[in-house]
Design a binder for this molecule. Structure first.
Ligand code: ATP
Ligand code: MG
Length: 353
């Protein structure tokens, strides 16, 4: 039997872990990436180097695979439009269209009646002033191409609105700063028959706007879990999304708010490789290839720690143990704030964080 080939747009660490997962379930992979030196190189069955704007190369790539997925949400829509058979794209174009722009994403969530932080579309200086009056403390966020807190800054009531307005370079929104108790993310998958399953829900801790720790499972009430699952199912179904998706939430004393949607496998789900019966990466590839989604079962409680920037020096050459699993992304250049790898610390099942 010939193995299905799944094309992956993007060759970062998420692509790399998708390739590794595919090997375990008899799926071949073909990564398309502009960077010849990316983490996925050497991990996929096939590799094509090319720009996302190169129509000819994208068409050739799409003709060589059975399905096409993406490992980051900023793939240009134009690239997706080059692909003649749009049914090959899983998750579909809709998931990208609605999540590439924070404003579009917020309007989508509003339409679904899913609670989010109050926000304003930042167009004039009056928007800055009214946010200062209404929200007191807020965050200015770029509408597009933001990640790891890039393109964001704090806005306080005491800031000079002129200076703030002059600082804006990209189309942005202003979001009320939420005094949350903690943050969680729901990693949910959906197969072609509309079956959905979720992974155990974990708590996320950010440092310097970058995810640093994920703890699984975390203590939540039945009501909270029901609500988190309900919102996530609504989102994935409404997007008609095939594959894995992550929803980031703020949990306050009396509310659950969606922070944002990532239409792909997510950093807060990396622990599933070592602690679950099926990883988020395998789940994604199962769904994309048209196979039935699995119900993830927890084998161990887990704490995932991101290895950021120079911290990589502490982990190179270290070996895995029964309780510590090290994953390095083979990035050649160490940069401040760059995700270089992650470590999953395993605990006996039953531990709740
Ligand atoms: P990432 O790539 O990590 O998802 P991002 O650039 O998409 O980051 P956000 O998810 O919007 O940025 O914000 C990053 C983090 O900053 C959040 O996880 C949260 O800790 C904090 N943050 C963002 N928005 C708010 C808010 N409105 N109130 C309080 N904290 C916030
Ligand atoms: Mg985020």
């Amino acid at each position: 039997m010939t193995k299905p080939i799944i094309g992956i747009l993007g060759g970062g660490q998420l692509g790399m872990m998708l390739c590794d997962a595919a090997k375990e379930i008899d799926i071949e992979t073909h990564v398309f990436c502009p960077d010849d030196d990316c983490p996925s190189k050497g991990r996929s069955t096939y590799f094509s180097i090319g720009e996302y704007s190169d129509e000819e190369k994208i068409i050739k790539f799409s003709n060589s695979v059975d399905f096409i997925t993406y490992e980051f949400e900023n793939i240009p829509i134009k690239t997706i439009d080059f692909i003649k058979d749009q049914n090959k794209i899983r998750p579909g174009k809709q998931s990208l269209l609605l999540t590439q722009d924070r404003l579009t994403e917020k309007r989508f969530l509003d339409k679904l009646n899913i609670p989010i932080a109050p926000y304003k579309d930042l167009k004039t200086i009056d928007d800055v002033i009214s946010a200062q009056n209404e929200f007191i403390n807020s965050i200015v966020k770029t509408r597009t191409l933001g990640y790891d807190g890039k393109g964001q800054f704090n806005l306080r009531q005491s800031d000079d609105p002129n200076k703030v307005f002059n600082r804006i370079v990209n189309k942005s929104i202003i979001e009320k700063r939420i005094p949350f108790e903690f943050e969680v993310s729901v990693i949910i998958g959906r197969d072609i028959n509309n079956n959905t399953t979720i992974f155990p829900i974990g708590k996320n801790i950010h440092e310097n706007h970058i995810l640093k720790h994920t703890f699984n499972p975390t203590k939540l009430s039945k009501n909270q879990i029901n609500q988190l699952v309900d919102y996530s199912e609504k989102i994935i179904t409404e997007l008609n999304h095939i594959g894995v998706l992550a929803v980031e939430f703020f949990i306050t004393k009396d509310q659950i708010l969606v922070n944002e949607i990532a239409p792909r496998v997510h950093n807060s789900g990396h622990w599933t490789i070592d602690a679950c019966s099926v990883s988020q990466f395998k789940q994604h590839m199962l769904c994309v290839s048209g196979r039935e989604i699995k119900q993830p079962l927890l084998n161990n409680s887990a704490h995932m720690i991101n290895i950021i920037g120079k911290e990589i020096n502490d982990w190179c050459g270290k070996n895995n143990t029964d309780r510590l699993k090290i994953h390095l992304y083979n990035k050649k250049e160490v940069k401040k704030g760059r995700k270089m790898g992650h470590v999953t610390e395993l605990f006996d099942k039953g531990k709740i964080f």
